[in-house]
Design a protein around this ligand. Structure first.
Ligand code: NAD
Length: 456
């Protein structure tokens, strides 16, 4: 029986390992973490992360061939394959602060693996890492006196939060990078065979280890770049009366462009896009490639511009003052179907609204607890309310920042009746039926269309 250990029981480690365990009953999977609370939650009825379909996958394998533990050393020692799925946040200090990946967690894992191992192992980079990290890891793993052989593979994760289970069950592709040596290729084959249990071989791509590492950063940069590109056009649409939805549809039907990731919005969030692009910028700069670095940096700047532009539009349309006005923020998660609030556009929007001294009330079906943690400095200034009707009561405006499906079906007449007038809706996701809202009496702002007003 192959034994897998995964270090890091987060948004990636938990779901990916649960899926491998579900699909491969002959493989024993142990997920370990230093965060005891997280490990306890994975073993409980309330999982530490919200992801549609995850509960059933975990339940099927838990205790059969899926285990969660805080005994990191034992799990490493027992394993044939060690996945490392720890966080790789942007460095906040020293060289590369604000851009480079903070690799201290990864390196600690490498040192731990080297320290406690008593047999050869395949080490799999699951975390998103800068290109050529595998080289550094191999040097750590093989440093000093050590008879063991560690073969490092790169197997970046392409799942998207909110659709993680569907993405893992039926991925567009799985990418496995390894060295072009006999032991490298043997290790690649071992991992290919595991994924091939449920994924067709043509969707399992193999590559050299550096290509695999760089492909993950590149994929995220391209996805984010599409969002920033259509958002740049949305600003121009508002200035020219072009309609961004129509432009997006018109260009998306070109098969060379494709329709996905072309929806204008307040912008992208999540723990990965910004971090990975800034890491790409840092990498380009460290190889002396200033123009490519500046090109990718602009994707992040455009995203920040879009968030700030949204707040400025709120302020301008609400008669240049929102001080003391109750504003209801509908949705704080960075996207629908997740409770994750990391780098959510809602954070900057709330901070900028708070700076204008608005009275903010945040509602979200899954993310209120995380939202409280995101803005410790504003905790006394912001009200949190699970019920969107109560959140909107007495408010001057609703700012919709997450495209939760349930927000489409609320009784907006009831909401309108309970709000201060004129009542505004600022739809940061172009998610609602704007004509219907306007009919009810709302002043309606949408991205790329601007304000539709009864007042002019
Ligand atoms: N979240 C996503 O959608 C996503 C998608 C693809 C790739 N990734 C990448 O996957 C990696 C993990 O992301 P995540 O969102 O799961 O992060 P996360 O913060 O949710 O989880 C990481 C976990 O690693 C644990 N950890 C850190 N150091 C440890 C150590 N030395 N020993 C044991 N456990 C340790 C932490 O306690 C934490 O629970 C990142 O590199 C990220 O860029 C994330």
């Amino acid at each position: 029986m192959i034994k897998i250990c995964c270090i890091g029981a987060g948004y990636v480690g938990g779901p990916t390992m649960a899926m491998i365990a579900k699909k491969c009953p002959d493989v024993q999977v142990t997920v370990v973490d230093i965060n005891e609370k997280r490990i306890a939650a994975w073993k409980s009825d309330t999982l530490p992360i919200y992801e549609p379909g995850l509960d059933a996958v975990v339940k099927e394998a838990l205790g059969r061939n899926l285990f969660f533990s805080i005994d990191v050393d034992q799990a490493i020692r027992d394993a044939d394959i060690v996945f490392v799925s720890v966080n790789t946040p942007t460095k906040t200090f020293g060289e590369g602060a604000g851009y480079a990946s903070d690799l201290q967690y990864w390196e600690l894992c490498a040192r731990r693996i080297k320290e406690v191992s008593t047999s050869d192992k395949i080490i799999v980079e699951k975390s998103t890492l800068p290109v050529r990290t595998a080289e550094a890891m191999e040097r750590v793993l093989h440093s000093g006196e050590n008879a063991m052989h560690f073969e490092v593979l790169s197997n970046p994760e392409f799942l998207a939060e909110g659709t993680a289970i569907a993405d893992l069950e039926n991925p567009d592709r799985v990418l496995i990078g390894g060295h072009e040596t006999p032991s490298g290729q043997k290790a690649v084959q071992t991992l290919v065979d595991i994924y091939a249990t449920w994924i067709s071989r043509e969707r399992i791509l193999t590559a050299n280890v550096w290509s695999a590492e760089l492909s993950k950063l590149t994929a995220n940069a391209f996805l984010a770049q599409r969002v920033s590109s259509i958002n740049a056009i949305s600003a121009l649409c508002e200035a020219t009366e072009a309609n961004v939805n129509e432009v997006s549809h018109a260009i998306g039907t070109d098969s060379r462009i494709g329709a996905k990731f072309l929806k204008a919005s307040i912008g992208f969030g999540g723990s990965c896009f910004k971090k990975d692009i800034l890491n790409l910028v840092y990498l380009c700069e460290s190889y002396g490639l200033q123009v490519p670095a500046d090109y990718w940096r602009q994707v992040v700047l455009m995203n920040e511009y879009q968030e700030t532009r949204f707040v400025k539009n709120m302020l301008r349309n609400m008669f240049n003052t929102i001080a003391g006005k109750r504003l209801a923020v509908f949705g704080f998660a960075f996207k629908a179907d997740t409770g994750d609030t990391r780098e959510s556009p809602a954070i900057r929007v709330c901070r900028e609204l708070a700076a204008e001294r608005a009275k903010i009330v945040v509602t979200d079906p899954k993310a209120i607890e995380n939202a409280k943690i995101e803005m410790p400095e504003l905790i006394d200034q912001i009200e949190f309310e699970e019920d969107p009707y109560k959140a909107a009561k007495g408010a001057h405006a609703i700012a919709l920042l997450t495209e939760w499906p349930e927000y489409k079906t609320l009784d907006y007449q009831r909401i309108y009746d309970s709000m201060s007038k004129p009542a505004f809706v600022f739809d940061g996701r172009n998610h609602l039926d704007h004509d219907a809202l306007f009919e009810i009496g709302f002043e309606v702002y949408s991205i790329g269309k601007g304000l539709k007003s009864h007042l002019q």
